[in-house]
Design a binder for this molecule. Structure first.
Ligand SMILES: [Zn+2]
Length: 299
């Protein structure tokens, strides 16, 4: 790990020097930290932005080893977006390595955040996008930042944002209508890490997970034992993998409790273009459908 980091730092200046070609006048060059955010920026920016995601499809946005090309992309960006609230712990290091002079826009600013207790410490849950109600705040922040960077296109960004807000309202209504058909005491699911807190808050679903709000943390044997007891006591019958996380621990817990596999959820990373969750809209609908199907079967 250390040698990779050193190599990375040494390589950057030379590569950045080679990559000073400027963005075309017509489109804004934009970088977003991860795929879910990149998609929402594309929805608002439309034809006037070229968006690059740093973390790629099916990638883990908590733990990320940026490459020299990520540094080049960031260095060339006219606007950079992060979700914030502790999600992208690797970003500051990348900013200094890349020589990027701007300050990333934190799109989650203004969202009513969840905090929770993790091993005696209060932590903020960064997975705001798993409720489309929160993504509406992202959209407002993205529209503002793009309009500031390219005032000539402000009217287009506004039109795009309004159209996308309508879609987000539809997603929210879809989830409410689907989930409200499931009895409240059956809306319980086991997942790998605590990424669905905002979804749970919005739609009355209880998610249990062995790992906390960041995949950087690890579950202790005592945590796992406690969780197994809780799953049994609360009759949680279904578990899900995450597309961007190692499924071994959740499988092991499921085996000890008798919970059945429900499939895969897209928690913090889109699929590639061929997969079932290539946009935020598809990801959210896919997750709702998977969860509802599993909970209906278990009830
Ligand atoms: Zn996460």
């Amino acid at each position: 790990m250390i040698s990779r980091r050193l190599l990375f730092t040494v390589m950057i200046p030379a590569l950045v020097a080679l990559s000073t070609t400027s963005a075309s006048a017509a489109t804004l060059k934009v970088v977003a930290s991860f795929t879910v955010l990149a998609d929402v920026v594309r929805q608002v920016g439309g034809d006037h932005v070229t968006v690059t995601s740093l973390v790629g499809p099916n990638g883990d946005p908590h733990e990320f080893e940026p490459s020299p090309s990520d540094a080049r992309n960031l260095n060339a960006a006219q606007v950079a977006f992060v979700s914030g609230e502790g999600l992208e712990g690797w970003m500051d290091r990348l900013i200094s390595a890349s020589g990027y002079k701007g300050k990333p826009i934190v799109v989650s600013e203004g969202i009513r955040l969840r905090t929770m207790d993790e091993d005696g410490q209060t932590v903020t849950d960064p997975h705001v996008w798993n409720s489309p109600v929160n993504v509406k705040v992202w959209v407002a922040n993205i529209e503002q930042a793009l309009a500031d960077a390219a005032p000539a296109h402000a009217a287009v960004f506004k039109t795009n944002a309004e159209a996308y807000l309508k879609k987000l309202n539809e997603l929210d209504a879809y989830a409410h209508s689907k989930l409200e058909k499931i009895a409240l005491d059956h809306r319980k699911v086991l997942t790998s890490h605590d990424a669905f807190g905002y979804f749970g808050r919005e739609y009355g679903v209880q998610f249990l997970a062995p790992i906390g709000v960041s995949t950087e943390s690890e579950a202790s044997a005592a945590d796992v034992a406690k969780l197994i007891e809780q799953i049994k006591a609360e009759h949680v019958k279904t578990y899900f993998f995450e597309n961007s996380n190692d499924p071994r621990l959740v499988k092991q817990i499921a085996k000890a409790t008798g919970a059945a596999p429900g499939g895969e959820l897209y928690v913090e990373s889109l699929s590639d273009a061929k997969g079932p969750a290539s946009t935020y809209e598809k990801m959210f609908r896919y997750n709702v459908d998977q969860l509802v199907a599993a909970m209906a079967k278990a009830s």
